[in-house]
Design a protein around this ligand. Structure first.
Ligand SMILES: N[C@@H](CCC(=O)N[C@@H](CS)C(=O)NCC(=O)O)C(=O)O
Length: 215
């Protein structure tokens, strides 16, 4: 029975990353579904910064960054070679893309999504800022089916949840946008069994509940 514990929140793109990596490895974890406004004391005690995802491994290692959970999962087992297949150059491009995603793009995405909270600029302005990253991804996908080549890797799974969030701010705009490769890449992901698996709904975890395993 799995003994590593993952604190997760279904719609959080960072937690989705972690679940994607776990779901594409051969491992399972105990999943504790968190409600961000009502975090369990067990999580707050473990990780004072109190973001999700947080993983506590069976040997009591605490991992509280989503990317590090992805590495942890695939270092245990990587049957689809999401990490294993990357050469040095691909790995450095992956890191660059993820840094841009988590940095400038995420910041523009938040402003685009909640434009009323950031009245310094218009929603269109924030969307245009976000498009700088979309253009880069579109270029990658013009040459390849996936961001790094012909197979799904760390870069795709780390970035897809954020592009999905961006797309659904204004789906009609996204569907009509000049990014056909990106639209196709996202659509394949949303239609996949993998996506269905990681988006399964779990009730909020309460101390004392019987264990829920993921996947
Ligand atoms: N750098 C962290 C970011 C995680 C993060 O910010 N998660 C959000 C939810 S999507 C969170 O837990 N925010 C704290 C809160 O809303 O209380 C990671 O990659 O794991």
């Amino acid at each position: 029975m799995p003994t590593s514990i993952l604190y997760s929140f279904r719609r959080c793109p960072y937690a989705m990353r972690a679940r994607l990596a776990i779901a594409t490895s051969d491992i399972s974890v105990q999943l504790r579904e968190v409600v961000l406004k009502d975090k369990p004391s067990e999580l707050l005690t473990l990780s004072p910064k109190a973001t999700v995802p947080v993983l506590l491994t069976e040997d009591e290692l605490l991992i509280d960054e989503s990317i590090d959970i992805m590495y942890w999962a695939w270092r245990q087992s990587d049957p689809q070679q999401c990490l294993d297949s990357l050469n040095e150059q691909q790995h450095s491009l992956t890191k660059e893309l993820i840094a841009q995603n988590d940095g400038e793009f995420k910041s523009s995405l938040d402003r685009y999504k909640y434009a009323d909270r950031y009245p310094e600029h218009s929603q269109d302005y924030y969307r245009q800022q976000a498009e700088i990253f979309l253009q880069k991804l579109e270029l990658q996908l013009t040459a390849n089916d996936y961001l790094l080549g012909s197979q799904l890797t760390l870069a795709d799974l780390a970035i897809l949840p954020f592009i999905r969030q961006f797309a659904f701010v204004d789906k009609a705009w996204f569907d009509a946008s000049p990014y056909p490769k990106l639209q196709h890449w996202l659509e394949l992901f949303i239609q996949s069994e993998l996506f269905e698996l990681i988006m399964h709904k779990y009730p909020q975890w309460q101390s004392g509940d019987i264990e829920t395993y993921f996947p």
